[in-house]
Design a protein around this ligand. Structure first.
Ligand code: ADP
Ligand code: MG
Length: 252
């Protein structure tokens, strides 16, 4: 039997010719990127190279000037509120600052978005939140308040909260940068678990040994462009451009 003709891409995220400026400052200068289901991509590069802006474009948080961006084969259309809402449900994002709602318990933090956006009922919501908290190692914190938790625990709740929307892709922007060093490992272990389970992940990180261990592909951004891209062993072990060589040596 002939397989059906493929009419759409299998990529979860597809970016073509993406350009983004703030005023006269062009910070993304034509980005092309395809992310396949289950891929784990680490994005590295100097401060100001456009890493966060790229993630924010994928999440629909930034309007861009030209190029196309699709998530799950659906184009990102800023003038279509319904399409943007659907997109945000498919893309989860976690930031450096955890931003849990301080007036809600941990469990309610995890349940809030599905309840508001998907009209999820109390009962499957509670069960799902408990399952997600168990997945990030915090099963016993369902009724705790955010300020009773360490930074690492709060960030793990933020991960559970993002997963509650069942995103097709999870964007992580330096999610361990605000943590005390002794709390970094517990958050990275959760991310590694998600990667092992097949979650599609795009993560900006300064944790190079983690990126090397967990990612399938590394993107080095430099001055608004994908300057080098490839398997981690190649990028870290055999960098091709002087800019990447300099960036890697600046880390030691
Ligand atoms: P990175 O995450 O790699 O450090 P960013 O994407 O945050 O880089 O920033 C890229 C460039 O865009 C920087 O020059 C930064 O100053 C600029 N930029 C980012 N956000 C804004 C904004 N909201 N308004 C104006 N300029 C911005
Ligand atoms: Mg950034």
């Amino acid at each position: 039997m002939q397989p059906a003709a493929k009419t759409s891409s299998s990529a979860i995220v597809e970016i073509k010719g993406l350009r983004k400026s703030f005023g006269t400052n062009e910070v993304l200068k034509g980005i092309d990127l395809e992310v396949q289901a289950g891929e784990v991509i680490a994005i590295i590069g100097k401060s100001g190279s456009g890493k966060s802006t790229l993630l924010r474009c994928i999440n629909g948080l930034e309007v861009f000037q030209s190029g196309t961006l699709t998530v799950d084969n659906k184009p990102l259309l800023h003038d279509n509120a319904l399409a943007m809402r659907a997109l945000r449900q498919r893309v989860g994002m976690i930031f450096q600052s955890f931003n849990l709602f301080p007036h809600l318990t941990v469990g309610k933090n995890v349940m809030l978005a599905p309840r508001l956006v998907k009209q999820q009922a109390e009962e499957p919501g509670t069960a799902q939140a408990k399952k997600l908290l168990a997945r990030v190692g915090l099963a016993e914190k369902f009724d705790a308040w955010p300020d009773q938790l360490s930074g690492g625990q709060q960030q793990r709740v933020a991960i559970a909260r993002a997963l509650a929307m069942e995103p097709a892709v999870l964007l992580c922007d330096e999610i361990t940068s605000a943590l005390d060093p002794e709390l970094v490992g517990e958050v990275l272990r959760v991310v590694e678990g998600l990667a092992d389970e097949g979650m599609t992940l795009l993560m900006v990180t300064h944790e190079m040994s983690f990126a090397r261990k967990v990612s399938n592909r590394v993107i080095f951004m430099h001055q608004g462009r994908v300057h080098e891209m490839g398997p981690p062993d190649q990028l870290f072990g055999n960098p091709q451009t002087p800019e990447l060589k300099q960036f890697l040596s600046s880390l030691h």
